[in-house]
Design a protein around this ligand. Structure first.
Ligand code: SF4
Length: 247
């Protein structure tokens, strides 16, 4: 659910789960209206199977890998390769902007699949288990919601206990940032195609523009833009209850 909070000093804060942000700004901006009302898209066979494959992967890692706790010195040593234990990788993306004469904070919180530092590069990897992997074979880049998700994680602080208090978050020092979207077969968990890239000024601007538009739509200061794509509406889990659909 996306929430707007009026702070005691008159400033404003928007809180959103990563999934609500990426589902809106990477698929359909009209979903913001649904998430503001607390609506949840119903689960489908595809989403349930995707979650099950994901859970199986988590279980496999739990059984086959041991993550040793990382000391503060190791965290700060940029030359030390580290990987955070999956179930303790909470991400906290916080940014601020001016909104009229008020300060607006936007906090987007989530939980990443994999965060590690290798040879000084901060790497975020997300596994996806789509129903149809064939649709990815002719693609050279992931879908926009997937790109947004990894970019958000790459530019977040991290929390091991899920706290929303910035004092409890930590950074992972690094020289550059890399995102990976790993498309896997949901039955075998084997990779079908892997998209990867380094964060550039262009991707930073892309993320910033999406955050700003998101904030303005959430606050009712900008209209959501319709994708005008009937197929998107037909595939949308909000289809039955959405008054903005075009089919
Ligand atoms: S049904 Fe169409 S307009 Fe409505 S939220 Fe889904 S994609 Fe957007």
């Amino acid at each position: 659910m996306i929430e707007i909070k009026e702070m005691p000093n008159n400033d404003i804060m928007i809180l959103s789960p990563v999934s609500d942000f990426t589902d809106s700004m990477g698929y359909c901006e009209f979903r913001i209206k649904h998430f503001l009302k607390g609506m949840k898209a119903p689960q489908t066979k595809v989403t349930i199977e995707g979650t099950e494959s994901h859970d199986k992967e988590v279980e496999y890692e739990r059984e086959h890998f041991t993550f040793v706790p990382i000391s503060q010195d190791e965290l700060e040593d940029i030359d030390k390769d580290i990987e955070l234990a999956r179930e303790r990788v909470y991400t906290r993306f916080l940014t601020k902007m001016k909104y009229g004469n008020k300060n607006l904070s936007i906090l987007i919180f989530g939980q990443a699949d994999k965060i590690l530092r290798s040879k000084g590069t901060l790497v975020v990897e997300e596994s996806k288990f789509p129903d149809n992997t064939q649709k990815y074979l002719g693609k050279f880049e992931p879908y926009e919601d997937q790109t947004l998700q990894t970019l958000l994680y790459l530019n977040s602080r991290f929390s091991e206990n899920g706290s929303l208090d910035p004092k409890e978050w930590f950074k992972i020092p690094h020289k550059e940032k890399m995102w990976i979207v790993n498309i896997k077969d949901k039955k075998t968990s084997k990779s079908v195609i892997i998209f990867k890239g380094i964060q550039t000024n262009k991707t930073k601007k892309f993320l910033k523009a999406k955050i700003e538009k998101f904030a303005l739509v959430v606050l009712g200061n900008s209209k959501p833009e319709h994708h005008k794509n009937i197929r998107k509406c037909l595939k949308c889990r909000f289809l039955d209850s959405c008054q903005y659909k075009i089919c």
